[in-house]
Write a protein that binds this ligand. Sequence first.
Ligand code: PAF
Length: 280
Amino acid sequence: METLGSVDSLRARVTGWRRAGERIAFVPTMGNLHEGHLQLVREARKLAPRVVVSVFVNPLQFGPGEDLDSYPRTLDADRAALEANGVDLLFTPSVETMYPRGVERSTVVEVPEVSEGLCGEFRPGHFAGVATVVARLFNLVQPDLALFGEKDYQQLAVIRRMVGDLGWPIGIHGVATVREPDGLAMSSRNQYLTAEERCVAPALYRVLREVADAVRGGHGDYRALERQAMEALVAAGFNPEYVEIRHADSLRPVESGERNCVVLGAARLGVARLIDNVRV
Ligand code: PAF
């Protein structure tokens, strides 16, 4: 596996592959890789002969007071894990490489509607930061397809919408959330949990599953289900931000009776902010 940090060296390598007719699968990450990321890499391996992974902690998607400085950076371990999983190229750009005119002065990609509400309400500017960095990475890597985890359901919807709206010929693949044996969705932010909080954390998935079961069972009042779920999370020790039943594709709010839904939730537990979702 080759590790490259500059735009020119990356371009030279992917241009060679494209000229040889080799398809490229791309997995963008912020590093601190866990089984969830490695599952994306393994799926990528099945779909294309060339796999590129990026590790870049993107300042543009962190708000003031968020964990940009403390976000875990574990490049040596990440490199070893990617090498062991057959990645061809690891791209590790600097902030200056990604934002040559400065983070504050960069052109920003805004994706309306799907970026609004849910995490978009609690993390203003977050999805513009994600869309911007993914757009730039797509332009540099020129992949045929890219893979993202379904744990970040709204992020996946934002990227699908961006690629559709801009007409880029890139297939976007969502990959099922990888969970700990007790159901907790794997996330780099799980390591912020204390031992006590780690015991409580799987309750987020359990509560969302209960809402999804009630929707499946024909429960007639979605707003009541959302309220009860928020109360259940408070009772378990969380400080919940939202639990909402949304349309599974557009993420628009739905009225009771709609069945093509996803139940999404975000909640703080100590300093950790956890998100999860369950398809109905
Ligand atoms: O999901 C992530 O790790 C990040 O949001 C992404 C897609 C790599 C963009 O920085």
